[in-house]
Design a protein around this ligand. Structure first.
Ligand SMILES: Nc1ncnc2c1ncn2[C@@H]1O[C@H](COP(=O)(O)OP(=O)(O)OP(=O)(O)O)[C@@H](O)[C@H]1O
Length: 223
């Protein structure tokens, strides 16, 4: 279980996140929404241990972010907004490269299966020839090589077609349901958030998203 307790973040004197507290259970998909600049990526970066909070504490199962940073990192799969893969390499070469950096070993057939599970079937294709949706799938597959328990996804479906979006969404649902992963992901697509997420965290002062999602009958927590 992930517990976030009274988390705040300031950049200089500017408060971005204020007194955020919520918990995520195994198997839950949490949507993170809010207007541009509300602090969604900042919260994901903190949960991914890339940035430190100004205040508050976070724990994942028995581990705390303060004391057990190294072990926590092993449990996290993070997909940032910007795609970070090698353009000149094939899908296979990218998977093998990133497997070498991962702390858990996977053989070639397991890596290929990971791609096929999310309907990425371009194993021998150079990344530069892949569509945007395929690149996003590859980025996601790379983040899963070490079987992380907590998946943090920053707009994983932005700019891609409906079919690929659905395939990524279905994959995430299977990961949550069968593998009991905890998934937190950001999107500006409220239909997608509505279809995919068990609960939604709204950040920022503007009540627009909160009201919209509550009208859709969603379980919303706002900060
Ligand atoms: N390293 C930094 N130093 C100073 N200010 C920052 C830094 N990173 C982010 N900010 C500011 O924090 C605020 C929140 O940014 P963040 O990227 O978390 O928002 P967001 O909700 O993810 O936005 P978007 O929907 O546009 O991706 C913005 O005002 C941004 O300018």
């Amino acid at each position: 279980m992930l517990h976030i307790n009274n988390l705040s973040k300031k950049f200089g004197k500017k408060p971005i996140l204020q007194s955020i507290s919520f918990s995520v259970r195994q198997g839950e998909i949490i949507g993170l929404v809010g207007e541009n600049g509300a602090g969604k990526s900042t919260l994901l970066n903190i949960l991914a241990t890339i940035q430190k909070p100004s205040d508050g504490n976070i724990s994942l199962n028995e581990l705390t972010y303060e004391k057990d940073r190294k072990d926590i990192r092993k449990q996290i799969g993070f997909v940032p907004q910007d795609i970070a893969i090698w353009d000149e390499f094939t899908v296979e070469e990218n998977m093998i490269f990133f497997e070498k950096l991962a702390w858990r070993r996977k053989d070639k057939s397991e890596l290929k299966q990971l791609c096929l599970d999310m309907e990425l079937n371009k194993w021998g294709e150079p990344v530069k020839r892949l569509s945007g949706g395929m690149k996003r799938k590859l980025n996601l597959a790379i983040s899963l090589i070490h079987d992380p328990e907590l998946l943090l996804l920053d707009e994983p479906t932005v700019g891609i077609d409906l079919k690929s979006r659905k395939e990524i969404g279905n994959y995430l649902k299977r990961q949550a349901f069968h593998q009991k992963k905890l998934i937190i992901y950001t999107s500006h697509d409220m239909d997608e958030i509505n279809n995919l997420c068990d609960r939604v965290i709204c950040i920022g002062d503007d009540p627009f998203y909160k009201n919209l999602l509550m009208d859709m009958g969603k379980d919303v927590i706002s900060f």
